[in-house]
Design a protein around this ligand. Sequence first.
Ligand code: UDP
Length: 413
Amino acid sequence: MSNLLGQYAEVAGKDVVDHLRQLAAPLSGMRVVHVNSTRVGGGVAEILAKLIPLKRELGIDARWEVIDGNPQFFRTTKSFHNALQGDPADISEDSLREYERVNAANAESLRDELRSADMVFIHDPQPAPLLAHTQERCGKWIWRCHIDVSKPHRPVWDYLSEFLAGYDASVFSMAEFAQHLPHTQYLIPPSIDPLSDKNVPLDESEIASVLETYGLDPTRSLIAQVSRYDRFKDPVGVLKAYRLAKRFTPGLQLVLAGGGADDDPEAEAVIEETREAAGGDPDVHILLLPPDAHRTINALQRAADVVLQKSIREGFGLTVSEAMWKGKPVIGGDTGGIRLQVVDSHTGFLVSTPEGAALRIRYLLHHTDSMAEMGRKAKEFVRENFLLTRHLLEYLTVMVSLANRFEDRIELG
Ligand code: UDP
């Protein structure tokens, strides 16, 4: 067993890794291309950075391509993102034509690779029209949706679904997100990588030094939310919850840690709104971190007593599993993929309002035994359900089934 697979076996179990090798064997040498719209920032980039090397380790010729865009393109795709998660949006004809033009240009520059690939995974709406601009493809194309499309703004979904109709399959994170499409839809929740800098165990000294760097007092309670500055992540709601909880926990500190993503043009405005809502409170730390601050985020999640992810829409929320893997109960918005991870009152709490979040913060900070017990359950829940190995196993299953779509019999090992 390779060194890397051996390391995964230590965390996830040897059986899981044996199963991965068995499923990957018939796919050996297959050319697989994943395409998304940013190399850094956000959950999709986080996943692809780990999934591609592991596929390669298993003998699959996997590559990761990122489309180029311009500001108008990314403003439009951010409006798509918001509309697909339910916000009404009126997107101009001109913006739609630019979206299609940028995709046509990217299809041209990726032409040889897209045409010759055995399998192409297109992530999210940004590159969805690549298929329409790729003639004479020989492989199977799969659209992988990472966002909460349970109640999309219809006109935008109808427009996008025309580009999706030609795909061979699509993948959604949970059943509630599945849509009417003329192909098979697979349900696969995302995952975290236990071996990445974001999630590996850290020495106490490294955690202490991160706290010192950001002026956080290790002797006082700390709550944290790690997220891009996006209104669906509700940073202002987190501030409200913190203020309410502070009435019962003097000295409470809040850290909001985030950065932008190359394909997200709204971050600056949301940071401003968040700063304004914080009103200069010295116990609120609004951090803007560089995209490679993985160990810093790891340390902050470990240092926090309680982690929040108070989203009002969430495709999955990797940050939830990241915190749970560190033995933290998570107070999460009762929405989308957070519901897969937070089992209410067992691995954390699901909340719908700042008041609800404050109540749960107060409960956990004043019941440290329950907090530790929920944190322990949270970690085991992630080990069983949300590690990269399970995610890859399901991707391989989709690949085997698509590659053998018309076979009567499929040999798996
Ligand atoms: N993240 C990061 N730096 C930041 C903010 C977030 O590295 O400043 C990471 C976070 O740890 C997680 C991912 O980006 O791994 C965000 O994924 P998630 O599914 O939580 O949300 P998304 O941004 O995809 O909506």
